[in-house]
Design a protein around this ligand. Structure first.
Ligand code: FES
Ligand code: FES
Length: 152
């Protein structure tokens, strides 16, 4: 079994897994970070979104062999005390309903605001269009991203 060195949330890990294993399984089952969720498994819903070198990436559809020596950030790495501006805004505006999609939503929102601290509605819709929410929290997500941009 090949061995891979991964950097996740600024910590180094070594995992012995098949080269085709999706990063999502490695993060959840081998590293034990379960905040990143499985939704569709085919890069269509965004529930599994992580940052790869700062770019939102669907971890269900990228093999572990493609991420060695790159910087991975998961929802657990957004802040130590749930006090990132996006998390504060999410709490203030009570964004989640069932919550299942929300790790992925937050990861996409954080990446958007890191690139564009004052996004328009159109910027938000463009950046978030790949993150589906079966509960339909889209209006609250948009408001919370505007609120987070005030808190940054
Ligand atoms: S689980 Fe990865 S995009 Fe749906
Ligand atoms: S809050 Fe339920 S799927 Fe988004």
């Amino acid at each position: 079994m090949p061995s891979y060195k991964l950097n996740i949330n600024d910590k180094d890990y070594t995992v012995d897994v098949d080269e085709t294993m999706p990063v999502l399984w490695v993060i959840r089952d081998f590293v034990g970070l379960t905040g990143t969720k499985f939704g569709c498994g085919i890069a269509q819903c965004g529930a599994c979104t992580i940052h790869l070198d700062g770019t939102p990436t669907r971890s269900c559809s990228i093999p572990v062999s493609a991420v060695a020596d790159r910087k991975i950030r998961t929802i657990e790495g957004v802040s130590e005390n749930v006090d990132h501006a996006v998390q504060k805004a999410w709490i203030e505006l009570q964004v989640p309903q069932c919550g299942y999609c929300q790790s992925g939503q937050i990861m996409s929102a954080v990446a958007l605001l890191e690139k564009n601290p004052k996004p328009t509605d159109a910027d938000i819709d463009g950046a978030m269009q790949g993150n589906l929410c079966r509960c339909g929290t889209y209006q609250r997500i948009r408001k919370a991203i505007h609120r987070a941009s005030e808190l940054i």
